[in-house]
Design a protein around this ligand. Sequence first.
Ligand SMILES: NC(=O)C1=CN([C@@H]2O[C@H](COP(=O)(O)OP(=O)(O)OC[C@H]3O[C@@H](n4cnc5c(N)ncnc54)[C@H](OP(=O)(O)O)[C@@H]3O)[C@@H](O)[C@H]2O)[C@@H](O)CC1
Ligand SMILES: Nc1ncnc2c1ncn2[C@@H]1O[C@H](COP(=O)(O)OP(=O)(O)O)[C@@H](O)[C@H]1O
Ligand SMILES: [K+]
Length: 473
Amino acid sequence: MRSAWSTHRIREAEERVLAVTPDGALMRRAAWGIARQALAMLRERTGGVAGRRVLLLVGAGNNGGDALWAGAFLRKRAVAVDALLLAPERAHAEGLAALRSAGGRVVQAPTRADLAVDGIVGLSARGPLRPAAAEVVARLDAPVLAVDLPSGVDPDTGAVDGPAVTAAATVTFGGCKPVHFLAAERCGALTLVDLGLDLPDPDFGVLDRADVAAAWPLPGADDDKYTQGVVGITAGSSTYPGAAVLATGSAVRATSGMVRYAGSAAEEVNRRYPEVVVTGSVGDAGRVQAWVAGPGMGTGHPARDVLRAVLEQGVPVCVDADGITLLAKHPELWDARDPGVPVLLTPHDREFARVAEPRGIELGADRVAAAKALAAELGATVLLKGHATVVAGPDGRALVNPARSHWLATAGSGDVLSGVVGALLAAGLDPVLAGGAAAFVHVRAGELAAAGAPTSASKVVDAVPDAIRDVVG
Ligand SMILES: NC(=O)C1=CN([C@@H]2O[C@H](COP(=O)(O)OP(=O)(O)OC[C@H]3O[C@@H](n4cnc5c(N)ncnc54)[C@H](OP(=O)(O)O)[C@@H]3O)[C@@H](O)[C@H]2O)[C@@H](O)CC1
Ligand SMILES: Nc1ncnc2c1ncn2[C@@H]1O[C@H](COP(=O)(O)OP(=O)(O)O)[C@@H](O)[C@H]1O
Ligand SMILES: [K+]
């Protein structure tokens, strides 16, 4: 698992190491990492390094200092290095002297380059690129290597509110920052240079394939259809059967155990998935180890009563879509749950706001903080959907799952996610892990279904087994 720390935590840890390290040593270590990455990119893109051209974009602080030192190192490999100083009077003095004495040039306007190094701003970044920097970045046609993080993107939230760098690669130092996962598409390929920092618990973790593989429930020799955890789905309606078919189908594809469906779309579900045991109501459904409640179920009184019946069953529940709106409209529904049994909500932004705003929690730029606050407030796990998915538990743990493409932004894809979450909750996974692993497999299924072109939620359902095979195989 990779981890991310907010900038103030990184800074605190850096201060401790700086206090016992010779002056400039950390910066040179950071710059060495940038230079190595720059050489690799030049080699890959132009077939060599000597005589290739690098343009440094140098801001007012240590981020620019890193870029200048990296330029000095690149000169040793006969790379032609130009530095464009965006705040000439505040450019890092030692870095500039090192670059000059290594034969680097200071230029007044962007020059033709095989690679640009973004040393405009790093940990101290606030807001989008300022006009002078924005103008230079807009004129670049070389790929960009970002120092620490792409300038103009908020380091702690990944928010982009105006002009910002989109990097082909980023080299960061000491520990990853939230931006690297919340705005992964702006960072490109990420490399971490170790600075020997003693870091506290991270703000959030990021599951990798091996973590998901280790968590994913596999049937064993003694398993039967019941022992793997039976998933119950109550979703859809006779007017909107699609959500029921998608969520149920996704649970069928995500578990080799049994899936039950309870609701008025039973006929449509059974026509598409004959292996599902269907009933008209939750009361008649038989035992399950977890419920998924909400997609397309409506927000009227009958749906409210169904949700209450589900919450009263004393098994983990994934509440999605209309179920979340019902919880917002009828907060007394929370009283139906057993406080010791996990509830996992899977809101998109508008659903999140419906539940959170009456409780004084705003969904601002800091999506991780907002999800953590709502999870703590509700005593439930919150999976906040978006291009990066945030999963926060009531105990303060959080995971982020970055998107690798955006084809999953398609109608019904949230219904597919809820079915996968249900399968993992029924198998007994901790809800934060269930949410994180489900989001990981959902993204992979989306990639496989889309393969670079528009897809549909039905195709994503069908790609779930391939995604699981890809992860656990
Ligand atoms: N500490 C360490 O040991 C190590 C640190 N290291 C490196 O130091 C970096 C942090 O350096 P830092 O703190 O000097 O500030 P940095 O990010 O360069 O910003 C400079 C100034 O830019 C400005 N500015 C703000 N927003 C802006 C915007 N949107 N667009 C344009 N400009 C903007 C703002 O100045 P203002 O004009 O507001 O006065 C700000 O003060 C870190 O990311 C890493 O690369 C590594 O060497 C490893 C060891
Ligand atoms: N821009 C995006 N890039 C990648 N994934 C996205 C993007 N927007 C939404 N998603 C994902 O698509 C799914 C949409 O869910 P949701 O909003 O509930 O849709 P629906 O209600 O149509 O099922 C979520 O899993 C979300 O994380
Ligand atoms: K930068």
